[in-house]
Design a protein around this ligand. Structure first.
Ligand code: PMP
Length: 306
């Protein structure tokens, strides 16, 4: 990733991709204290456009606030940087990664005195869970690792440090031959995937876990709107792992994973073992929105800088 052409924005400057480096004593490198976002831009009939940029930047500033990190840039300034990151790198579609991290002025758990840095990079990124995942669905295992308790890691923040838990879970799942992990909370109820929120369909109703120990996903919020428009009943409740096994359909949502059907959990097939009709419908509606083919949600798209 580090050896490519293009530009990365770091603390107000556009640097050649290969020169965007940090010192090895950077505080965040040692303790994982910081936050980030994952945003996608899609090719649309009106040129590349960023999906729900405002909402992602709102979550970034909320994350920094939760971590008590003062951001030196406003949301409007960061929005402009994200728009430029797509165009300066000549991208039609992109994954955009803003990252807030602390510098090397201070090593020691308390970061007081360490400077806040912000970087934004953008690059092309296809289907996150593999080429066939969106069409054919994926196989998931319940993780042996619990998701965060809200008083251990505050789950409204997209904090860097929460991802050690995700990494342990996804590595365990892949080592065991699955595509993705599904994590339960510390009480044993379903929380989320390693990088996605989860939905079930049962008897025509859409169900999702409460987000107490899961990230409040922006794709998930878009699915709420699309589900209501499709006349689907939607309810958030505590969900047990056997309810997942017995669902008619299961799917995961996330900026990277988009709307990915789940066809198997812990070697039990879900419904028919194929992506189901509700998943397909919402997936099609989601892609129509992100690709700018749905005029009703044009406000979800921000054009890249020209
Ligand atoms: N949960 C976790 C742990 C994630 O990393 C992500 C990806 N950001 C999500 C859920 C989905 O969030 P979003 O739809 O905002 O990308």
């Amino acid at each position: 990733m580090e050896n490519r052409d293009g530009f990365i924005w770091l603390d107000g400057h556009w640097l050649p991709w290969r020169d965007a480096k940090v010192h090895v004593l950077s505080h965040t490198l040692h303790y994982g204290y910081g936050c980030f976002e994952g945003i996608r831009a899609y090719a649309t009939p009106r040129g590349p456009a960023i999906f729900r940029l405002e909402e992602h930047l709102r979550r970034l500033t909320d994350s920094a606030h939760i971590l008590a990190i003062d951001l030196p840039w406003s949301r409007a300034e960061l929005a402009q940087v994200c728009r430029e990151a797509v165009s300066r790198n000549g991208l039609d579609s992109a994954y955009i990664r803003p990252l807030v991290f602390l510098g090397p002025e201070k090593v020691g758990v308390d970061p007081a005195g360490a400077q806040t840095h912000v970087m934004v990079a953008a690059w092309p990124w296809g289907a996150y869970l593999g080429g066939d995942a969106l069409e054919q669905g994926i196989r998931v295992r319940i993780s042996s690792y619990a998701r965060h308790h809200p008083n251990v890691q505050m789950c409204r923040a997209k904090a860097i440090s929460t991802y050690s838990n995700s990494i342990l879970a996804v590595r365990e799942a892949r080592r065991d031959g699955y595509d993705e992990a599904l994590l339960l909370d510390t009480e044993g109820y379903v929380a989320e995937g390693s990088g996605e929120n989860l939905f079930l369909v049962r008897d025509g109703e859409l169900l999702e876990p409460e987000t107490t120990s899961a990230l409040d996903g922006i794709t998930r919020r878009s699915i709420h709107v699309l589900a209501r428009e499709a006349g689907l009943a939607l309810r958030a409740k505590r969900i047990t792992r056997d309810e997942v096994y017995c669902a008619d359909e299961v799917f995961l949502t996330g900026t990277a994973a988009e709307v990915t059907p789940v066809v198997e959990v812990d070697r039990r097939s879900i419904g028919t073992g194929q992506p189901g009709p509700v998943t397909r419908l919402l997936q099609q509606r989601y892609f129509a929105c992100v690709r700018g083919e749905d005029g009703a949600h044009a406000d979800w798209l921000t054009p890249a800088a020209t």
